[in-house]
Design a protein around this ligand. Structure first.
Ligand SMILES: Nc1ncnc2c1ncn2[C@@H]1O[C@H](COP(=O)(O)OP(=O)(O)O)[C@@H](O)[C@H]1O
Ligand SMILES: [Mg+2]
Length: 447
C-alpha cells in the first residue's frame, strides 16, 4: 500500500474506533490533537507491521518453492565458488555422484573428474570467468564406487559486487547412454557403409563381368554371322563352278558322244542290225543326259541370272515353278534399267526361290503374284500367295531354318525381310534393300 493510502486507512479506522466510543479522541484542545495524531500514527504502524508480516510470509513461501524446485529438479545442479568447490548441490546431483548432498558441500569438484580430464575442467573454469554467457564442456566423471561415466557440463557465472565472492552455477547431465547409443549407431552406420561399399564393388565386378560376357557374345554372334556369310559365299561359288563345269565340260563331252554315236549310225549298213539299234539308243540316252545336265546346271546356278540379270532370272524361275507345281505364277517388273553388282543378285534370287519352295510345301495356294520394283530408291521384292497364310509365330520359330536363311541372305547385302499375313489372306514375303551406290548400275547385267 502507498504511504498516503496507508494514512487514509489509519484515519478511517481511527474514526470508526471513536464512533464505537473506544478511542481517546473526545479530548479537546492541543493535547487532544496530539493524542489523536499519536493514535492515528499507532494504527498506521500496526497496518505497516501487518503488511510487512505478509511480505515476509510470501518471501518464505517463495524461498521454499525455490528450494523445492532446485532440490527436486530432474537435472543435476551445482553451485561452485571461484576455486571450484561445491557450495550447493541438488538431489539429482547427489544421486548422480552417489554421495549425499550435504557431504558434497565444501568438496572440490575435481575429486569427481577422471584424472585425464582435470585439465579440461580447469580450462572450463577459466573460460567461465573470462567470457560471458554459457560455457559447455564434455568430460568423464567418477561416482562414489569409482564407476566412470560421460557427462556434459553447462555453466554460467553468477556476478556479485565482490569479485572474490563470485561463483558459478552448472547443470551436469549424464550422457553415457546417449553416447553409447550414438557409438552403436556410428558402428552400425560404418558396418552398413562397409556392406554397401562391398556390395557396390561386387555389383561393379559382376557388371564388368556381364559387360565382358555380352561383348564376348556379341563377338561370337558377329563371328557366326561372318561364318554364315562365308558359307553362303563358298556354296554359291561352288555351285557356280559346278554348274559351269557340268554345262561347259560335261555337257560338251556328252555332245561329242552323241555326235560320234550318230556318225556310227550313219556309217552302218542295214538299219535292222543290232549294232545300229544300240547306236541309236546311245544317241537317245545321250540326248536325255544332255537335258538332265542342263536342268541340274540351271538349278545349281541359272545362267540367265548371270547373263540377263535378276528380273529375267525371276521370270524364268516363275515359269519353271508353274511347270513343276501347276501353281500359277504372275510377275510384274519395273526395274528395266536396274543392274545389281556383287552378290546382291544371287542372294535376292535365292530368297525368291525359298519363298516359292515354302509356297509349294506349306501354303496350299493356287497362285503367286511377284513384283520387283524400285521405289524411293529402294529395291522391293514382294512374293504374295493366296494360300492359308503363315502362322503367328512360325516366321520367328527357332526351327524355321529356311526363313532364317532368307533373313541371313538379306542381311548379307544390307537388306531386310518381313513376312506377314495381309488382310486379303495368304502370305506376303517382302524383301527391302536400300542399296548403296556400288550395288546398282545402269544395266541389268551383273558385273
Ligand atoms: N507361304 C507360306 N504359307 C504358309 N505357311 C508358311 C509359308 N512359308 C512358311 N510357312 C510356315 O513357316 C514355317 C517355317 O518355314 P521355313 O523356315 O522355310 O522352314 P521349312 O520350310 O523347312 O518348314 C513352315 O514350316 C511353315 O509352317
Ligand atoms: Mg522352307
Amino acid at each position: 500500500m502507498k504511504k498516503t493510502e496507508l494514512r487514509r486507512e489509519a484515519e478511517r479506522l481511527y474514526r470508526k474506533h471513536c464512533v464505537s466510543g473506544k478511542g481517546a479522541g473526545h479530548a479537546h484542545g492541543q493535547a487532544g490533537d496530539i493524542i489523536r495524531e499519536l493514535e492515528i500514527a499507532q494504527i498506521e504502524l500496526k497496518l505497516q507491521n501487518e503488511e510487512l508480516r505478509q511480505y515476509q510470509a510470501r518471501i518464505e513461501e517463495e524461498m521454499a518453492r525455490y528450494h523445492d524446485l532446485y532440490d527436486f529438479a530432474p537435472v543435476a545442479y551445482f553451485t561452485f565458488d571461484r576455486k571450484g568447490m561445491i557450495t550447493e548441490a541438488n538431489r539429482a546431483a547427489a544421486e548422480m555422484l552417489g554421495i549425499g548432498a550435504r557431504q558434497l558441500i565444501g568438496t572440490p569438484f575435481l575429486l569427481y573428474v577422471v584424472p585425464p580430464h582435470r585439465k579440461l575442467f580447469h580450462a572450463h573454469q577459466h573460460e567461465i570467468f573470462r567470457k560471458s554467457g554459457r560455457q559447455r564442456i564434455e568430460l568423464n566423471l567418477l561416482n562414489k564406487d569409482g564407476t566412470e561415466f560421460e557427462a556434459v557440463m553447462e555453466s554460467r557465472l553468477e556476478e556479485t559486487s565482490d569479485r572474490a565472492q563470485s561463483r558459478f552455477r552448472s547443470v551436469v547431465t549424464d550422457i553415457s547412454e546417449y553416447k553409447a547409443l550414438s557409438r552403436a549407431l556410428q558402428e552400425s552406420n560404418q558396418l552398413l557403409e562397409e556392406k554397401v561399399s562391398l556390395r557396390t564393388a561386387e555389383l561393379l565386378r559382376s557388371n564388368a563381368a556381364m559387360a565382358e560376357e555380352i561383348e564376348a557374345k556379341k563377338k561370337a554372334e558377329r563371328g557366326l554371322k561372318d561364318l554364315a556369310a562365308k558359307l553362303h559365299e563358298v556354296r554359291e561359288r561352288e555351285r557356280l563352278e559346278l554348274s559351269r563345269e557340268m554345262h561347259d565340260d560335261f555337257g560338251q563331252d556328252m555332245v561329242s558322244i552323241k555326235m560320234e554315236a550318230s556318225w556310227i549310225c550313219g556309217h552302218m549298213d542295214g538299219d535292222t542290225s543290232v549294232l545300229v539299234r544300240k547306236a541309236k539308243s546311245i544317241v537317245k540316252n545321250t540326248d536325255k543326259c544332255i537335258q538332265k545336265i542342263k536342268r541340274i546346271a540351271s538349278s545349281l546356278r541359272p545362267p540367265v541370272l548371270d547373263d540377263c540379270g535378276i528380273a529375267a532370272a525371276i521370270e524364268w524361275q516363275c515359269r519353271e515353278f508353274e511347270k513343276r507345281t501347276g501353281i500359277r505364277c504372275f510377275f510384274i517388273n519395273n526395274t528395266e534399267k536396274m543392274a545389281l553388282r556383287g552378290d546382291a543378285g544371287i542372294n535376292i534370287f535365292r530368297i525368291f526361290q525359298e519363298s516359292l519352295t515354302n509356297i509349294a510345301r506349306h501354303a496350299e495356294a493356287t497362285e503367286v503374284k511377284t513384283s520387283l520394283q524400285v521405289r524411293d530408291g529402294k529395291i522391293i521384292l514382294e512374293v504374295r500367295d493366296n494360300g492359308k497364310g503363315i502362322g503367328d509365330d512360325e516366321a520367328a520359330h527357332p526351327g524355321a531354318l529356311g526363313i532364317l536363311g532368307m533373313k541371313e541372305r538379306a542381311g548379307l547385302i544390307g537388306g531386310g525381310i518381313e513376312i506377314t499375313r495381309p488382310p486379303a489372306g495368304g502370305t506376303l514375303v517382302r524383301f527391302t534393300l536400300s542399296p548403296p551406290r556400288n550395288l546398282m548400275g545402269s544395266s541389268e547385267r551383273q558385273s
